[in-house]
Design a protein around this ligand. Structure first.
Ligand SMILES: *Cc1c(COP(=O)(O)O)cnc(C)c1O
Length: 400
Protein backbone atom coordinates (compact mmCIF):
# COMPACT_ATOMS: atom_id res chain seq x y z
CA UNK A 1 0.00 0.00 0.00
CA UNK A 2 1.30 3.43 -0.93
CA UNK A 3 2.24 5.86 1.81
CA UNK A 4 -0.34 8.54 2.50
CA UNK A 5 0.04 11.77 4.37
CA UNK A 6 -1.61 11.50 7.81
CA UNK A 7 -5.06 13.02 7.95
CA UNK A 8 -5.51 16.33 9.77
CA UNK A 9 -7.12 14.42 12.62
CA UNK A 10 -4.24 12.01 13.24
CA UNK A 11 -1.59 14.70 12.85
CA UNK A 12 -3.31 16.74 15.55
CA UNK A 13 -3.20 13.78 17.88
CA UNK A 14 0.24 12.61 16.92
CA UNK A 15 3.05 13.37 19.33
CA UNK A 16 6.51 12.82 17.94
CA UNK A 17 9.16 11.12 20.11
CA UNK A 18 11.01 14.43 20.09
CA UNK A 19 8.01 16.39 21.41
CA UNK A 20 7.34 13.67 23.96
CA UNK A 21 10.94 13.81 25.18
CA UNK A 22 11.01 17.60 25.36
CA UNK A 23 7.78 17.70 27.42
CA UNK A 24 8.99 14.98 29.73
CA UNK A 25 12.31 16.75 30.31
CA UNK A 26 10.52 20.01 31.11
CA UNK A 27 8.41 18.18 33.71
CA UNK A 28 11.50 16.63 35.29
CA UNK A 29 13.26 20.01 35.31
CA UNK A 30 10.30 21.55 37.13
CA UNK A 31 10.51 18.84 39.80
CA UNK A 32 14.32 19.19 40.04
CA UNK A 33 14.51 15.51 39.12
CA UNK A 34 16.27 15.73 35.80
CA UNK A 35 19.55 13.81 35.80
CA UNK A 36 22.66 14.78 33.92
CA UNK A 37 25.87 13.09 33.02
CA UNK A 38 29.07 14.76 34.23
CA UNK A 39 32.21 13.65 32.50
CA UNK A 40 34.51 12.42 35.26
CA UNK A 41 38.16 11.58 34.80
CA UNK A 42 38.61 9.02 37.53
CA UNK A 43 42.10 7.63 37.56
CA UNK A 44 41.76 6.49 41.16
CA UNK A 45 38.58 6.22 43.20
CA UNK A 46 39.77 8.96 45.58
CA UNK A 47 40.82 11.87 43.35
CA UNK A 48 38.76 12.74 40.29
CA UNK A 49 38.78 15.57 37.76
CA UNK A 50 35.47 17.16 36.94
CA UNK A 51 34.79 20.45 35.21
CA UNK A 52 38.50 21.29 35.26
CA UNK A 53 38.80 20.81 39.04
CA UNK A 54 40.40 18.08 41.08
CA UNK A 55 38.01 16.83 43.77
CA UNK A 56 38.21 14.24 46.51
CA UNK A 57 35.44 11.80 45.72
CA UNK A 58 33.24 10.31 48.41
CA UNK A 59 30.74 8.82 46.02
CA UNK A 60 32.36 5.88 44.33
CA UNK A 61 31.53 2.19 44.80
CA UNK A 62 35.13 1.14 44.14
CA UNK A 63 35.44 0.53 47.91
CA UNK A 64 38.83 -1.16 47.80
CA UNK A 65 40.26 1.03 45.03
CA UNK A 66 40.90 -2.11 43.02
CA UNK A 67 39.79 -0.66 39.66
CA UNK A 68 43.13 1.18 39.61
CA UNK A 69 45.25 -1.51 41.31
CA UNK A 70 48.36 -2.33 39.26
CA UNK A 71 47.87 -6.12 39.47
CA UNK A 72 44.19 -5.87 38.50
CA UNK A 73 44.99 -3.69 35.48
CA UNK A 74 47.81 -6.05 34.45
CA UNK A 75 45.49 -9.05 34.67
CA UNK A 76 42.97 -7.31 32.42
CA UNK A 77 45.65 -6.43 29.86
CA UNK A 78 47.02 -9.97 29.82
CA UNK A 79 43.50 -11.34 29.27
CA UNK A 80 43.01 -9.08 26.27
CA UNK A 81 46.32 -10.22 24.80
CA UNK A 82 45.41 -13.86 25.29
CA UNK A 83 41.66 -13.94 24.56
CA UNK A 84 40.80 -10.66 22.80
CA UNK A 85 38.67 -7.65 23.67
CA UNK A 86 35.28 -9.36 23.68
CA UNK A 87 33.74 -12.76 24.34
CA UNK A 88 32.42 -12.92 20.79
CA UNK A 89 29.08 -14.60 21.53
CA UNK A 90 26.71 -15.78 24.23
CA UNK A 91 28.35 -18.17 26.66
CA UNK A 92 26.10 -20.90 25.28
CA UNK A 93 27.48 -20.45 21.77
CA UNK A 94 31.23 -19.70 21.76
CA UNK A 95 31.56 -16.97 24.42
CA UNK A 96 32.44 -19.23 27.34
CA UNK A 97 36.16 -18.37 27.51
CA UNK A 98 38.15 -20.26 30.18
CA UNK A 99 38.44 -17.25 32.53
CA UNK A 100 34.70 -17.36 33.22
CA UNK A 101 34.84 -20.84 34.72
CA UNK A 102 37.96 -19.91 36.68
CA UNK A 103 36.14 -16.90 38.14
CA UNK A 104 33.06 -18.98 38.99
CA UNK A 105 35.18 -21.50 40.86
CA UNK A 106 36.95 -18.72 42.76
CA UNK A 107 33.68 -16.99 43.70
CA UNK A 108 32.16 -20.25 44.94
CA UNK A 109 35.26 -21.07 47.00
CA UNK A 110 35.36 -17.57 48.50
CA UNK A 111 31.66 -17.50 49.37
CA UNK A 112 31.58 -21.11 50.51
CA UNK A 113 28.96 -22.30 48.03
CA UNK A 114 28.95 -25.34 45.73
CA UNK A 115 29.05 -23.29 42.57
CA UNK A 116 28.61 -19.86 40.99
CA UNK A 117 27.50 -18.43 37.67
CA UNK A 118 28.75 -15.16 36.14
CA UNK A 119 26.52 -12.69 34.26
CA UNK A 120 27.23 -9.62 32.11
CA UNK A 121 26.30 -7.26 34.97
CA UNK A 122 24.54 -7.20 38.33
CA UNK A 123 21.43 -5.76 36.70
CA UNK A 124 21.42 -8.55 34.12
CA UNK A 125 21.89 -11.10 36.91
CA UNK A 126 18.78 -9.97 38.79
CA UNK A 127 16.54 -9.70 35.75
CA UNK A 128 17.75 -13.15 34.71
CA UNK A 129 17.70 -15.05 38.01
CA UNK A 130 14.31 -14.06 39.42
CA UNK A 131 12.17 -15.22 36.48
CA UNK A 132 13.91 -18.63 36.61
CA UNK A 133 12.78 -19.20 40.20
CA UNK A 134 9.40 -17.44 40.18
CA UNK A 135 6.60 -17.13 37.63
CA UNK A 136 2.84 -16.69 37.36
CA UNK A 137 1.16 -18.34 40.34
CA UNK A 138 4.15 -17.68 42.59
CA UNK A 139 4.67 -14.98 45.21
CA UNK A 140 7.63 -12.60 45.55
CA UNK A 141 8.13 -10.59 48.73
CA UNK A 142 10.63 -7.75 48.28
CA UNK A 143 11.94 -5.23 50.78
CA UNK A 144 10.62 -1.88 49.52
CA UNK A 145 14.13 -0.37 49.48
CA UNK A 146 15.70 -3.19 47.49
CA UNK A 147 17.60 -2.18 44.37
CA UNK A 148 15.62 -1.26 41.24
CA UNK A 149 16.86 -4.34 39.33
CA UNK A 150 15.41 -6.74 41.92
CA UNK A 151 12.03 -5.09 41.39
CA UNK A 152 12.59 -5.23 37.61
CA UNK A 153 13.35 -8.95 37.78
CA UNK A 154 10.32 -9.55 39.98
CA UNK A 155 8.07 -7.68 37.54
CA UNK A 156 9.48 -9.59 34.56
CA UNK A 157 8.74 -12.89 36.28
CA UNK A 158 4.97 -12.44 36.22
CA UNK A 159 4.72 -13.55 39.87
CA UNK A 160 2.58 -11.65 42.40
CA UNK A 161 4.90 -8.98 43.84
CA UNK A 162 4.41 -7.58 47.34
CA UNK A 163 6.76 -4.95 48.71
CA UNK A 164 7.16 -5.07 52.49
CA UNK A 165 8.14 -2.11 54.69
CA UNK A 166 11.89 -1.74 54.93
CA UNK A 167 13.50 -4.34 57.24
CA UNK A 168 10.13 -4.80 58.98
CA UNK A 169 9.98 -8.50 59.85
CA UNK A 170 6.48 -8.11 61.36
CA UNK A 171 5.23 -6.78 58.03
CA UNK A 172 6.95 -9.56 56.07
CA UNK A 173 5.40 -12.14 58.38
CA UNK A 174 1.91 -10.66 58.00
CA UNK A 175 2.18 -10.74 54.19
CA UNK A 176 3.34 -14.36 54.32
CA UNK A 177 0.47 -15.32 56.62
CA UNK A 178 -2.04 -13.58 54.35
CA UNK A 179 -0.77 -14.64 50.91
CA UNK A 180 1.67 -17.54 51.05
CA UNK A 181 -0.90 -20.35 51.01
CA UNK A 182 -2.48 -19.22 47.74
CA UNK A 183 0.79 -19.41 45.83
CA UNK A 184 2.93 -22.33 44.67
CA UNK A 185 6.45 -21.02 45.32
CA UNK A 186 7.52 -18.00 47.32
CA UNK A 187 10.72 -15.99 46.89
CA UNK A 188 11.86 -13.41 49.45
CA UNK A 189 14.30 -10.88 47.96
CA UNK A 190 16.35 -8.21 49.69
CA UNK A 191 19.57 -6.25 49.45
CA UNK A 192 22.16 -7.55 51.93
CA UNK A 193 23.49 -4.00 52.37
CA UNK A 194 20.97 -1.35 51.29
CA UNK A 195 22.54 0.72 48.56
CA UNK A 196 21.13 4.13 49.49
CA UNK A 197 20.87 3.71 53.29
CA UNK A 198 23.86 1.54 54.12
CA UNK A 199 22.05 -0.58 56.68
CA UNK A 200 22.09 -4.40 56.64
CA UNK A 201 19.08 -6.67 56.16
CA UNK A 202 18.26 -8.82 59.23
CA UNK A 203 19.34 -11.95 57.37
CA UNK A 204 19.02 -14.49 60.25
CA UNK A 205 15.39 -13.40 60.81
CA UNK A 206 14.65 -13.46 57.08
CA UNK A 207 16.18 -16.94 56.77
CA UNK A 208 14.05 -18.11 59.70
CA UNK A 209 10.89 -16.60 58.16
CA UNK A 210 11.69 -18.23 54.84
CA UNK A 211 12.17 -21.58 56.57
CA UNK A 212 8.91 -21.28 58.49
CA UNK A 213 6.87 -20.36 55.41
CA UNK A 214 8.43 -22.64 52.82
CA UNK A 215 9.94 -19.68 50.98
CA UNK A 216 13.29 -19.21 49.22
CA UNK A 217 15.60 -16.39 50.30
CA UNK A 218 17.58 -14.42 47.72
CA UNK A 219 20.04 -11.65 48.64
CA UNK A 220 21.60 -8.97 46.46
CA UNK A 221 24.97 -8.34 48.05
CA UNK A 222 26.31 -5.75 45.60
CA UNK A 223 27.54 -3.60 48.51
CA UNK A 224 28.52 -6.45 50.83
CA UNK A 225 31.12 -8.39 48.85
CA UNK A 226 34.62 -7.15 49.63
CA UNK A 227 33.69 -4.92 52.56
CA UNK A 228 31.43 -6.77 55.04
CA UNK A 229 32.11 -10.03 56.90
CA UNK A 230 35.85 -10.14 56.12
CA UNK A 231 34.98 -9.37 52.53
CA UNK A 232 32.77 -12.43 52.17
CA UNK A 233 29.57 -10.41 52.25
CA UNK A 234 26.65 -9.53 54.49
CA UNK A 235 25.76 -13.15 55.27
CA UNK A 236 29.10 -13.38 57.09
CA UNK A 237 28.30 -10.37 59.27
CA UNK A 238 26.21 -12.83 61.32
CA UNK A 239 27.29 -15.83 63.40
CA UNK A 240 26.45 -18.43 62.39
CA UNK A 241 25.93 -17.26 58.79
CA UNK A 242 22.25 -17.89 57.96
CA UNK A 243 21.35 -20.24 55.09
CA UNK A 244 20.73 -18.30 51.84
CA UNK A 245 20.22 -20.51 48.79
CA UNK A 246 20.44 -17.67 46.23
CA UNK A 247 23.29 -15.20 46.78
CA UNK A 248 23.60 -12.63 44.03
CA UNK A 249 26.22 -9.90 43.77
CA UNK A 250 28.22 -7.73 41.42
CA UNK A 251 31.82 -7.60 40.24
CA UNK A 252 31.52 -3.86 39.62
CA UNK A 253 31.76 -2.44 43.13
CA UNK A 254 34.41 -3.62 45.61
CA UNK A 255 36.00 -5.83 42.94
CA UNK A 256 36.51 -2.78 40.76
CA UNK A 257 35.59 -4.55 37.52
CA UNK A 258 32.28 -5.22 35.78
CA UNK A 259 29.81 -8.11 35.74
CA UNK A 260 27.41 -9.93 38.09
CA UNK A 261 27.14 -13.35 39.70
CA UNK A 262 24.96 -15.81 41.57
CA UNK A 263 26.45 -18.17 44.16
CA UNK A 264 24.48 -21.26 45.17
CA UNK A 265 24.28 -25.01 44.79
CA UNK A 266 25.37 -26.65 41.55
CA UNK A 267 21.83 -27.47 40.40
CA UNK A 268 20.81 -23.83 40.92
CA UNK A 269 23.72 -22.58 38.81
CA UNK A 270 23.18 -25.25 36.15
CA UNK A 271 19.53 -24.28 35.81
CA UNK A 272 20.50 -20.60 35.52
CA UNK A 273 22.92 -21.41 32.71
CA UNK A 274 20.22 -23.10 30.72
CA UNK A 275 17.24 -20.82 31.52
CA UNK A 276 18.21 -17.28 32.58
CA UNK A 277 17.39 -15.20 29.51
CA UNK A 278 19.91 -12.45 30.28
CA UNK A 279 22.66 -15.10 30.27
CA UNK A 280 21.42 -17.15 27.33
CA UNK A 281 20.65 -14.20 25.03
CA UNK A 282 23.45 -11.81 25.95
CA UNK A 283 27.17 -11.89 25.15
CA UNK A 284 29.52 -13.37 27.74
CA UNK A 285 31.43 -11.05 30.08
CA UNK A 286 34.59 -9.80 28.27
CA UNK A 287 37.90 -11.49 29.16
CA UNK A 288 39.40 -8.27 30.60
CA UNK A 289 36.53 -7.74 33.08
CA UNK A 290 36.59 -11.41 34.05
CA UNK A 291 40.34 -11.48 34.65
CA UNK A 292 40.23 -8.20 36.59
CA UNK A 293 37.53 -9.56 38.91
CA UNK A 294 39.47 -12.79 39.41
CA UNK A 295 42.62 -10.87 40.39
CA UNK A 296 40.65 -8.50 42.63
CA UNK A 297 39.04 -11.43 44.44
CA UNK A 298 42.50 -12.80 45.16
CA UNK A 299 43.54 -9.45 46.67
CA UNK A 300 40.41 -9.30 48.87
CA UNK A 301 41.23 -12.75 50.19
CA UNK A 302 44.91 -11.97 50.80
CA UNK A 303 44.46 -8.51 52.34
CA UNK A 304 41.85 -8.57 55.11
CA UNK A 305 43.00 -5.15 56.35
CA UNK A 306 42.05 -3.61 52.98
CA UNK A 307 38.59 -5.21 53.19
CA UNK A 308 38.08 -3.81 56.72
CA UNK A 309 39.25 -0.26 55.92
CA UNK A 310 36.17 1.28 54.20
CA UNK A 311 33.90 0.55 57.18
CA UNK A 312 36.55 1.88 59.58
CA UNK A 313 36.73 5.14 57.59
CA UNK A 314 32.93 5.42 57.56
CA UNK A 315 32.86 4.97 61.34
CA UNK A 316 35.51 7.63 61.86
CA UNK A 317 33.56 10.01 59.62
CA UNK A 318 30.28 9.45 61.47
CA UNK A 319 31.95 9.93 64.84
CA UNK A 320 33.43 13.23 63.58
CA UNK A 321 30.26 14.47 61.88
CA UNK A 322 27.96 13.54 64.77
CA UNK A 323 26.06 10.89 62.81
CA UNK A 324 24.86 7.45 63.95
CA UNK A 325 27.41 4.60 63.81
CA UNK A 326 27.22 3.07 60.32
CA UNK A 327 26.87 -0.65 59.50
CA UNK A 328 28.59 -0.39 56.11
CA UNK A 329 30.81 2.04 54.16
CA UNK A 330 27.64 3.77 52.87
CA UNK A 331 26.46 6.75 54.96
CA UNK A 332 23.28 8.66 54.03
CA UNK A 333 22.56 12.19 55.22
CA UNK A 334 18.86 12.68 54.57
CA UNK A 335 17.98 16.27 53.71
CA UNK A 336 14.38 15.96 52.51
CA UNK A 337 13.80 18.16 49.48
CA UNK A 338 15.68 17.85 46.19
CA UNK A 339 16.91 21.46 46.46
CA UNK A 340 18.38 20.92 49.90
CA UNK A 341 20.37 17.90 48.72
CA UNK A 342 21.61 19.74 45.63
CA UNK A 343 22.63 22.77 47.73
CA UNK A 344 24.51 20.63 50.26
CA UNK A 345 26.31 18.82 47.46
CA UNK A 346 27.31 22.17 45.89
CA UNK A 347 28.54 23.48 49.27
CA UNK A 348 30.81 20.46 49.71
CA UNK A 349 32.02 20.72 46.13
CA UNK A 350 33.12 24.30 46.92
CA UNK A 351 35.36 22.81 49.60
CA UNK A 352 36.82 20.28 47.16
CA UNK A 353 34.66 17.24 48.02
CA UNK A 354 32.58 15.35 45.49
CA UNK A 355 29.45 13.95 47.15
CA UNK A 356 26.51 13.61 44.78
CA UNK A 357 22.93 14.36 45.74
CA UNK A 358 20.60 11.36 45.51
CA UNK A 359 17.03 12.24 44.62
CA UNK A 360 13.70 10.51 43.94
CA UNK A 361 12.90 8.19 42.27
CA UNK A 362 16.19 6.55 43.33
CA UNK A 363 15.09 7.17 46.93
CA UNK A 364 11.54 7.67 48.30
CA UNK A 365 9.91 11.09 47.92
CA UNK A 366 10.91 13.54 50.63
CA UNK A 367 14.17 11.70 51.40
CA UNK A 368 16.59 13.37 48.98
CA UNK A 369 20.02 13.00 50.50
CA UNK A 370 23.75 13.10 50.32
CA UNK A 371 25.24 9.64 50.12
CA UNK A 372 28.83 9.26 51.26
CA UNK A 373 30.86 6.17 50.45
CA UNK A 374 34.27 5.47 51.93
CA UNK A 375 37.14 3.59 50.37
CA UNK A 376 40.25 1.90 51.69
CA UNK A 377 42.56 4.59 50.35
CA UNK A 378 40.80 7.70 51.64
CA UNK A 379 43.25 9.61 53.84
CA UNK A 380 42.22 9.91 57.48
CA UNK A 381 42.93 13.65 57.32
CA UNK A 382 40.53 14.05 54.35
CA UNK A 383 37.86 12.06 56.18
CA UNK A 384 38.26 14.39 59.21
CA UNK A 385 38.09 17.48 57.04
CA UNK A 386 34.93 16.20 55.34
CA UNK A 387 33.33 15.49 58.74
CA UNK A 388 34.01 19.03 59.91
CA UNK A 389 32.51 20.48 56.69
CA UNK A 390 29.44 18.29 57.08
CA UNK A 391 28.97 19.58 60.64
CA UNK A 392 28.74 23.10 59.18
CA UNK A 393 25.94 22.23 56.73
CA UNK A 394 22.56 23.62 57.62
CA UNK A 395 20.13 20.75 57.75
CA UNK A 396 16.53 21.82 56.95
CA UNK A 397 14.28 21.35 59.99
CA UNK A 398 11.84 19.34 57.88
CA UNK A 399 14.44 16.61 57.40
CA UNK A 400 15.22 16.14 61.08
C1 LIG B 1 24.86 -1.52 41.65
C2 LIG B 1 23.83 -2.48 42.09
C3 LIG B 1 23.34 -3.45 41.22
C4 LIG B 1 23.69 -3.47 39.75
O1 LIG B 1 24.95 -3.99 39.56
P1 LIG B 1 25.75 -3.65 38.20
O2 LIG B 1 26.80 -4.68 38.15
O3 LIG B 1 26.25 -2.26 38.34
O4 LIG B 1 24.75 -3.79 37.09
C5 LIG B 1 22.46 -4.37 41.71
N1 LIG B 1 22.05 -4.34 42.99
C6 LIG B 1 22.49 -3.41 43.86
C7 LIG B 1 22.02 -3.44 45.27
C8 LIG B 1 23.39 -2.45 43.43
O5 LIG B 1 23.79 -1.50 44.27
Amino acid sequence: MAWRAPSAKTSLMAETPVAFAANKLAELDARRQRRQLFETDRQTSVYVRRGGRELISFCCNDYLNLSAHACVKEAAKAAIDRYGAGAGASRLVTGDHPLLRALERALAAFKGTEDAVVFGSGYLANVGIIPVFAGPGDLILADELSHACLHAGAQLSGATLIRFAHNDMGAAKRHLAAHRARHRHCLIVTDGVFSMDGDLAPLPELARLAGAHDAWLMTDDAHGLGVIGRGRGSRHAFTPPPPIPLQMGTLSKALGSYGGYLCGDKAVCDLIKTRARSLVYSTGLPPASTAAALEALKIVEEEPARAAAPLEKARAFCAGAGLARPESPIVPLILGKEDAALAASAALEDKGFLVTAIRPPTVPKGTARLRFTFTAEHKDSDVELLASEVRKLTIPAAAE
